[in-house]
Design a protein around this ligand. Structure first.
Ligand code: ZN
Length: 238
């Protein structure tokens, strides 16, 4: 299946926190969007790999994703090396997306920055025809998307572009809350964590509000780009 947008996320819930409004918006416009999670988030203080699998599935249904895969890399210990790059290259070539969204290149959780680097390196290498990959015996063609953006997740980073997600904030919160073991669940006996307090979710909403305000919208999601961004028509900018 060819996708319009492919999202790479090192932990199931990263895509939801960083760019689910943008995913929802583009799916509503008829675009095909998928997420490839790198790990099952098995080192998360709360829940298990199995509960995260189920939560990712439920969130994916709220998002209306066309596909969601998990590469089962080792949470916390995966490397940006040839073995991991080849697995990511296979996903780029399998789905041939026009646009890829990845983790931020620098964030509080070190997995995020390393995954952002891994994704960016693999996306570049995916365009080189002399790197050969195959899935189920079928040799893949080289592919490089025309645009790669990094979503902004925990640490504040000045965005290069902001997407208006005002119509999708409620569903963004709903898909984040699908990760029941991770976020504000007052009845749990599991330990409190950085992300489990009500204030964390409030901060996610406040960040969206701040990004939105900067473009004259109610809510927004910010992205960074390693290359300069162009536009065909100035009237498409707001
Ligand atoms: Zn994460």
């Amino acid at each position: 299946m060819k996708l319009d947008i492919l999202v790479f996320a090192v932990h199931p819930d990263d895509a939801e926190l960083g760019c689910s409004g943008t995913i929802l918006k583009h799916i509503a416009e008829g675009k095909k969007v998928g997420i490839v999670d790198f790990t099952r988030g098995e080192l998360g203080t709360r829940g298990t790999a199995e509960t995260r699998d189920q939560e990712a599935k439920e969130s994916g249904e709220i998002l209306g994703l066309h596909v969601r895969e998990n590469l089962r890399f080792k949470d916390g210990f995966f490397k940006n090396d040839e073995t991991h790059q080849l697995e990511v290259i296979k996903m780029v070539r399998k789905y041939k997306p026009e646009i890829i969204l990845t983790n931020a290149l620098d964030d509080r959780h070190p997995d995020h920055g390393r995954a952002g680097d891994l994704a960016n390196d693999a996306i570049f290498l995916s365009g080189l025809i002399k790197i050969q990959t195959s899935i189920a015996g079928t040799v893949q063609e080289a592919w490089r998307p025309r645009l790669v953006l990094q979503y902004i997740q925990d640490r504040y980073i000045k965005p290069d572009i902001i997407v208006d997600i005002s119509d999708f904030i409620d569903r963004k919160i709903a898909c984040i809350k699908a990760f029941k073991t991770q976020f504000d669940s007052p009845d749990t006996k599991e330990p409190q964590t950085y992300i489990s307090s009500p204030e964390f979710l409030e901060a996610v909403i406040a960040r969206s509000r701040e990004f939105g305000k900067n473009i004259g919208a109610k809510y927004g999601e910010g992205f960074t780009s390693r290359k300069l961004l162009g536009v065909d028509n100035l009237f498409n900018l707001k």
